[in-house]
Design a binder for this molecule. Structure first.
Ligand SMILES: [Zn+2]
Length: 453
C-alpha cells in the first residue's frame, strides 16, 4: 500500500554503493527515501522514469562561487598561484550582496546541471570594500544561502575566518591588505559572534572555515575550533596548497601548517583539509590518525600548477576523501573524480589506485559527510532523496554494458551527460534542463558581465 503523498521513481539502473542494479523503484516521502525495491523490471504505474544510471546526488565539497567569474580570464598567459590571486582579488573587490546573489544563483544552477546536489561554500567576502559591515553583517552569506535555494541545491555555508595577509611573529599576524579588508572580522571572537547569528534551514547548514594558517594567526585558531566543536559543525581549512605557506610556517612557528593546526585543536573527524598538497610523512599521519578529511580539487590544483597531493597515502592513514571544484575552472565532479585517479597514475606509472566505486563514494557519500549532510549520498531507506542520473546513451557513454555504468560514468561521462538532478525528491534538472533557472548560460553571462571592470 503506497502512502498518498509518496512519489515513486523508477531507476532504469541504480548505483547501490557496490554495484549497478537494474530496475529499482525508489519511494520518496517528504524529501526522504522511504523504500528501495529491487527486481522491478518495468516502471510501476505513475512512477517518474529515470533512464540511465542513477547515482546518489553529488557533493561539491569546496567552492568559491565568485571564482566562476574568472573563467577564461585566468587562462591567459602564465604566472603562478600568486599572480592568479591578484586577478581573483580584482573580482572580489566588485562584489555586492546583489551581484553576488545573481552570480551564485547561476553558478549553483550550473552545479545542479552537473549533478551536484550539495555545495560546500568556503565563504570569506563578508563585508563592504574597506571592511565596513553591511547593515546586515551576514548579507553576503545570506545572498549565498538564498542563491542555493533559488538554484534548488543544498548548501553548507562554511563561514570563513580571514584576519591577516600573512604569518608574522607579531600578535595578530600581518594586517590584511586593501583587498582583504572586506574578508576580516578583526578577530576570531568577532567572527564567531557574527557567524552565530546565521540560521540553518532545510536546505542550508552552517559550518566554519579557517582560510589558512596564512590568514588566521595561531592564537586565533582555537576559538574557531571550539566554535565548530560546540555546534558539531564541519570545519574546513586550506592546508599546504603552496610550499611558500610551509616555508613561512617553519620560519615563524618552527613547524608545518598541519602540526600548527594539530597543536591548536583544529584537526579531527569533523575537520576537512582542503588540498593537503605539500605534506610530510608526519603530517599525513597526523591528518589520517585524527580522522581529518581531505578534499582534493584536482581541476583547480592542475589549473594553478599547485602540485599533486598524496591522496592515496592520506586515505591509507585514515583520511576520508572528498572532491571540490574550488575555483570553477570547470564544474564537473566526474572530472574531479577521474582526475584524482589519473593524476596518481601519471605520478606513479601504475593504474587502478581507486575503483570507480571508491571515486563515486568520494564524490557523493564522503563528500556529504564532509559537509555535515551525513544522511545524504546513498540510495537507501531513510536517506535524503538526492539523486543524479547519468545518460548511458550519449556519444560518450554509449556502448559499455550497463553493469559497467560506474566505470563509464567516472572515466568517460562529463557534466554534459547529467540528465536528471533530484534534490529532496524535487526534480531540479529534468532531461538536462534546469527547472528553476530558465536560461543558465544567459544568467551566468549577465552575472559575470556585471562584475567586469
Ligand atoms: Zn579554495
Amino acid at each position: 500500500m503506497t502512502h498518498p503523498h509518496t512519489r515513486t521513481y523508477w531507476l532504469e539502473h541504480a548505483w547501490l554503493d557496490t554495484h549497478v542494479e537494474p530496475g529499482v523503484a525508489v519511494e520518496v516521502l517528504d524529501g526522504r527515501i522511504t523504500a528501495v525495491r529491487t527486481d522491478v523490471p518495468t516502471p510501476p504505474p505513475g512512477a517518474e522514469i529515470l533512464r540511465g544510471l542513477t547515482l546518489p546526488g553529488l557533493a561539491n565539497a569546496h567552492s568559491h562561487a565568485f571564482h566562476r567569474a574568472l573563467r577564461g580570464t585566468v587562462q591567459v598567459g602564465s604566472g603562478t598561484f600568486w599572480t592568479w590571486r591578484e586577478v581573483m582579488y580584482s573580482f572580489a573587490d566588485r562584489l555586492t550582496p546583489e551581484t553576488y546573489h545573481a552570480l551564485a544563483r547561476a553558478v549553483y544552477a550550473e552545479m545542479a546541471l552537473a549533478g551536484v546536489t550539495s555545495v560546500g561554500e568556503f565563504h570569506y567576502v563578508h563585508h563592504a570594500p574597506g571592511g565596513t559591515p553591511y547593515a546586515d553583517p551576514n548579507a553576503m552569506g545570506e545572498a549565498l544561502i538564498a542563491a542555493a535555494a533559488d538554484a534548488g541545491i543544498r548548501i553548507t555555508l562554511l563561514d570563513t575566518v580571514y584576519l591577516s595577509s600573512g604569518m608574522s611573529d607579531k600578535r595578530g599576524g600581518e594586517p590584511p591588505n586593501t583587498h582583504q579588508l572586506r574578508f576580516s572580522d578583526g578577530s576570531a571572537e568577532a567572527w564567531a559572534e557574527r557567524c552565530s547569528v546565521l540560521k540553518e534551514r532545510d536546505h542550508a547548514r552552517i559550518g566554519a572555515a579557517i582560510h589558512s594558517v596564512r590568514a588566521v594567526p595561531a592564537d586565533q585558531l582555537a576559538t574557531v575550533a571550539r566554535w565548530a566543536e560546540e555546534r558539531r559543525a564541519p570545519l574546513h581549512v586550506h592546508l599546504s596548497e603552496q610550499t611558500a605557506e610551509n616555508d613561512a610556517c617553519q620560519e615563524i612557528h618552527g613547524c608545518t601548517p598541519t602540526q600548527l593546526l594539530a597543536l591548536h585543536g583544529v584537526l579531527g573527524p569533523r575537520t576537512t583539509g582542503v588540498h593537503n598538497t605539500h605534506l610530510t610523512a608526519e603530517d599525513i599521519s597526523l591528518i589520517g590518525g585524527s580522522g581529518t578529511g581531505t578534499c582534493m580539487c584536482p581541476t583547480t590544483e592542475r589549473d594553478l600548477a599547485d602540485g599533486i597531493g598524496p591522496a592515496v597515502a592520506l586515505q591509507n592513514e585514515g583520511s576520508p576523501l572528498s572532491l571540490g571544484s574550488d575555483s570553477h575552472a570547470v564544474i564537473d565532479l566526474l572530472e574531479e573524480a577521474r582526475a584524482m585517479e589519473l593524476n596518481e597514475r601519471l605520478h606513479t606509472r601504475t593504474r587502478g589506485h581507486w575503483t570507480a566505486a571508491a571515486l563515486l563514494r568520494a564524490a557523493s557519500a564522503d563528500g556529504h559527510v564532509a559537509l555535515g549532510w551525513d544522511e545524504a549520498g546513498t540510495i537507501e531507506e531513510g536517506a535524503l532523496a538526492d539523486l543524479t542520473t547519468i545518460a548511458l546513451d550519449s556519444v560518450r557513454t554509449a556502448g559499455p554494458l550497463p553493469r559497467l555504468g560506474a566505470e563509464t560514468a567516472v572515466f568517460a561521462a562529463t557534466a554534459a551527460d547529467v540528465r536528471h538532478t533530484i534534490v529532496g525528491g524535487r526534480h531540479v534538472v529534468r532531461d538536462g534542463a534546469h527547472a528553476l533557472v530558465p536560461d543558465v548560460p544567459q544568467a551566468l553571462a549577465a552575472a559575470v558581465e556585471a562584475l567586469r571592470g
